[in-house]
Design a binder for this molecule. Structure first.
Ligand code: C2O
Ligand code: CU
Ligand code: CU
Length: 462
């Protein structure tokens, strides 16, 4: 199936698309892509995993140390690998000198441990929380969510991958050797000042901080040596605001296999993939048909090489991993016909952003929904006189399905579970939303500066 999913093209390059600071290929030599380590299980402790937010320094540029934040290290965080059915105790510690939270983006956990704005941990404090995993294999992530400083803390380096693995006994033949043929890729853009320090200025970047330097897994000018014919990449748009449109430099097709919350209904062949801030996709690239002479890279739509590859294939051309198609319809007729019960209107720019005309108030509950009961949310991005801008809309505590965009069925590459959805100006998106757990959850625009500026609301699940 051809899933040409160039969302956001309407505004690309236009004034209102805030993806228009070109990314530079920096001139600092080439570095082997860093792969976040898998977080190791603790032995002999009363918790299984430990995640500590801390200050550090990173050598993005040779010989220069840049102040950064990281989890259990200087920059970004280790990959937390969990499995469906598992229950783990995680000790979260704040070693920063400012409050932070630990938000498990895409994980369906009760509101009290979701790490939203209510979950502040003060400097020096720790807490042990229990994460019970009851959702399909997926590529999720974690990051801070302190109201007013989320954007800056993420920009300084706080983000990590959270992978839910295939249930043991599943017959998936997808590549799953972490760091070998199963590679997490956190795409971000950063702005450095003349001293090569991270230059964060929220007031100057009310619609989202854009950097001119691309980093992948925190590596500047990365390259990846590819040893397997069929590689699985887990792409995360971890940028504060930028939309990425990914392609291969030789124009070849690749296969999207998963959206935010798990495998797609069926795999989708495509040559272009757009991810808004916080969205994920898993893709397979078959390198066996590509030659070593070819200079090959994942590029963005401006042609900037985000991740060049060196081919050093060690295996013989494998069959592309076994594919699937689901016999269940993505949505039943009944689901498609359900009436809208919650309306969300996204509006504004800069610090004038609102949801349903209001800014976030931690003391106000905007909606209520019963645990386990499915409702239809309609999200409308109301344009302004300037046209408006794209908002990536995210809901905590749920993996939803997109019923339609402006009344039309969505592209095959969005026929899977999602927790974030790109909404274009004047677009109306219908979502099928169920919360498996109770508590207070936020929903918001995932342009982090919009979120900090109050483009966020709260739902109580009872
Ligand atoms: Cu990525 Cu409110 O979250
Ligand atoms: Cu989230
Ligand atoms: Cu927004």
């Amino acid at each position: 199936e051809d899933g040409n999913n160039e969302r956001g093209m309407g505004g690309m390059g236009g004034m209102m698309n805030h993806g228009n600071i070109p990314l530079l290929a920096a001139s600092e030599g080439i570095n082997e892509l860093s792969i976040p380590p898998v977080l190791e299980r603790q032995q002999g402790q009363d918790f299984d995993y430990e995640v500590t937010a801390q200050q550090g320094s990173t050598e993005f540029f040779k010989g220069i140390s840049t102040d950064t934040y990281g989890y259990n290290g200087d920059l970004l965080g280790p990959t937390l690998k969990l499995e469906k059915g598992e229950s783990v105790d995680v000790k979260i510690t704040n070693d920063l000198d400012e409050p932070t939270t630990f938000h498990w983006h895409g994980l369906e956990v009760p509101g009290e441990i979701d790490g939203g704005p209510h979950g502040e941990i003060q400097p020096g404090d720790s807490q042990i929380i229990t994460l019970e995993v009851d959702q399909p294999a997926a590529t999720l992530w974690y990051h801070p969510h302190v109201h007013g400083s989320t954007a800056e803390q993420v920009f300084e380096g706080l983000s990590g991958m959270l992978l839910i693995g295939e249930e043991s006994g599943s017959d998936s033949e997808l590549p799953d050797e972490y760091g070998v043929d199963d590679i997490p890729l956190i795409f971000q853009d950063r702005l450095f000042d003349e001293n090569k320090q991270l230059n964060y200025d929220r007031l100057m970047n009310q619609d989202g901080t854009l950097g001119d330097i691309s980093i992948v897994n925190g590596t500047i000018n990365p390259k990846l040596t590819v040893t397997k014919s069929v590689m699985r990449f887990r792409l995360l748009n971890g940028a504060n605001a930028r939309n990425y449109t990914f392609q291969l430099s030789n124009g070849a097709n690749f296969t999207q296999i998963a959206s935010d919350g798990g495998l797609l209904d069926e795999p989708v062949e495509t040559d272009t993939l757009t991810l808004a801030a916080s969205e994920r996709a898993e893709i397979l690239i078959d390198f066996s048909t590509m030659t070593e002479e070819e200079s090959l890279a994942i590029i963005n739509d401006e042609g900037t090489a985000l991740l060049p590859f060196d081919l050093a294939l060690e295996d013989s051309p494998a069959d592309t991993a076994k594919m699937w198609t689901s016999d269940e319809p993505f949505l039943t007729e009944q689901e498609t016909a359900m009436p809208v019960s919650k309306e969300i209107e996204l509006f504004g720019m800069a610090d004038m952003v609102t949801i349903n005309g209001k800014k976030f108030d931690m003391e106000r509950i905007d909606f209520r929904q019963e645990q386990g009961v499915t409702e239809v949310w309609e999200v409308y991005n109301r344009p302004d006189m300037m046209g408006g801008m794209i908002h990536p809309f995210h809901i905590h505590g749920t993996q939803f399905k997109i019923i339609s965009r402006d009344g039309e069925e969505v592209e095959p590459n969005e026929q899977g579970l999602k927790d974030s959805v790109l909404v274009e100006p004047d677009e109306r998106v219908k979502l099928l939303v169920t919360f498996p757990e109770k508590g207070v959850f936020v929903f918001h625009c995932h342009i982090l500066e919009h979120e900090d500026n109050g483009m966020m609301g709260q739902i109580e699940v009872y």
